[in-house]
Design a protein around this ligand. Structure first.
Ligand SMILES: NC(=O)c1ccc[n+]([C@@H]2O[C@H](COP(=O)([O-])OP(=O)(O)OC[C@H]3O[C@@H](n4cnc5c(N)ncnc54)[C@H](O)[C@@H]3O)[C@@H](O)[C@H]2O)c1
Length: 421
């Protein structure tokens, strides 16, 4: 007999892989989950529910259309309604769908519809709560983009509205569904790199983060990320994914944040920083350090997990383990110790050099796109009533990292973080 919690925990990957054979699924999931979960996942993979599933979308912009592309791969899904304040989005959405989606200029008209199985909310961050909460309160299940809310109080209200209305809410932290990240995190949790104490997360790019604007009056609508009114900048837009992975690996949410940031390169009138840094402290003195810059892409997007027995490198495409050499005492050679001046050379710099070898890649038998996996999982959860892996508490946890980081950056003070809910 499979416990419901266990049954639900691993479903996304299984749902994501419905096109694989049962045997390759078994192999894939044996790497990511316990045997019980793998069995549960196999059962889900065998389900062939393709009953009609009608979705409405609020904010079919860049991310919204990407979500639609992925949702349309799920058997039975049709996008039937859209709400946006920017007219050109409707034609763009129709082009993605290949048919006419009914447009609404006001999101409330969309929420009044009785023919929807779920609603996607992919509007700018500052608007999430004002779209997600009414959606839940009007009885809709919601796939909401990250970060969950701009204010912690609103994030709390989203948690409450999800519970009070008994709805499915899934947050857009799709990396929780990446097969290689799931496999790697499972191995970290089994102790492969020992006691994990630090996570260093980078998301560096070399571009100005701007979008072309057809008319200056549309600047803030289209480039909302660059303005404080609707945006928490790089912490929310990029950092939230890494901070969520840190919460997942460290099995906790942080207790405090100290952050900084500035505009040091893109002096173009933007309000949000072009580089940020946040040090998040976790129980037991553990740390996650997130840093992002936008004028040098050398480090790209990667996350390093450090334990006393090894390290794990995670990227958007792969995962690699590295193992610590056996600890060697750093003994000063006797000859050098007898001299008045001991140079660094006396300490054998070769022993302090970073390891530049290849590491051991995490092998997975399915490498399905995380967003495809996440969207399939959401439809499965709505159809069956299962709680998503990336549920409202995951969303709240990542807001507990993003919002205090932003507050610390703006106040210049360390911010104490409340407990998770
Ligand atoms: N999970 C991910 O990997 C990922 C990736 C990119 C973006 N996102 C998130 O998706 C969200 C949207 O980002 P984007 O890049 O698609 O932005 P976008 O500007 O391209 O799209 C936002 C859409 O919302 C519309 N909109 C604005 N105000 C509205 C209102 N009052 N009512 C209805 N529609 C309104 C805009 O016109 C636009 O079409 C953000 O929260 C972002 O962080 C997530």
């Amino acid at each position: 007999m499979i416990d419901r919690r266990e049954f639900v925990r691993g479903i996304s990957a299984a749902v994501a892989a419905t096109t694989l054979t049962t045997d390759s699924l078994a192999q894939a999931f044996a790497q990511t989950t316990s045997k019980t979960e793998a069995e549960a996942e196999r059962q889900i993979a065998r389900t062939t529910d393709s009953s009609p599933f009608r979705i409405g979308i609020i904010g079919p912009g860049s991310r919204g259309k990407e979500l639609v592309r992925n949702f349309l791969r799920v058997p039975g899904v049709k996008i039937v309604a859209a709400a946006d304040v920017y007219q050109p989005r409707f034609a763009e959405l129709n082009a993605v769908c290949g048919y006419e989606v009914e447009p609404h200029s006001d999101f409330r008209q969309l929420l009044d519809r009785k023919d929807l199985d779920a609603v996607i909310v992919s509007t700018p961050l500052g608007l999430h709560a004002s779209h997600v909460i009414p959606a839940l309160e009007s009885g809709h299940h919601v796939y909401g983009e990250k970060a969950m809310a701009y204010h912690l109080e609103d994030a709390r209200k989203i948690v409450e509205a999800t519970k009070a209305n008994k709805r499915i809410f899934q947050i857009g932290h799709q990396y929780r569904y990446s097969p290689w990240i799931r496999a790697a995190v499972a191995r970290v949790k089994q102790g492969e790199i020992g006691q994990v104490t630090h996570i260093m997360a980078y998301w560096n790019r070399n571009n100005n983060w701007r979008r072309p604007v057809p008319d200056p009056s549309l600047e803030r609508l289209i480039n909302w990320r660059l303005y404080n009114e609707w945006s928490l900048g790089l912490f929310a837009e990029l950092g939230s994914h890494h901070m969520d992975i840190a919460n997942w690996i460290l099995d906790a949410t942080p207790t405090s944040a100290i952050a900084s940031g500035s505009v040091c390169y893109w002096h173009d009138g933007r309000e949000t920083d072009d580089n940020v840094q946040s040090v998040l402290s976790y129980p037991g003195g553990r740390r996650c350090i997130f840093t992002s810059m936008t004028n040098n892409a050398k480090m790209g997007d990667q996350l390093w997990v450090y334990g006393d027995k090894g390290s794990l490198n995670l990227t958007l495409m792969d995962a690699t383990f590295f193992y610590e050499p056996k600890h060697k005492a750093h003994v000063v050679p006797t000859k050098a110790a007898g001299k008045a001046v001991v140079t660094s050379a006396s300490y054998q710099p070769a022993g302090e050099m970073p390891y530049r070898g290849p590491g051991k890649p995490v092998e997975v038998t399915t490498a399905e796109d995380p967003t495809t996996a996440a969207t399939r999982a959401f439809v499965y959860c709505v159809r069956t009533g299962a709680d998503p892996i990336s549920n409202v508490h995951v969303g709240y946890g990542s807001d507990l990292c993003v919002i205090p980081s932003n507050e610390s950056r703006h106040t210049g003070r360390e911010v104490q973080i409340p407990a998770a809910i």
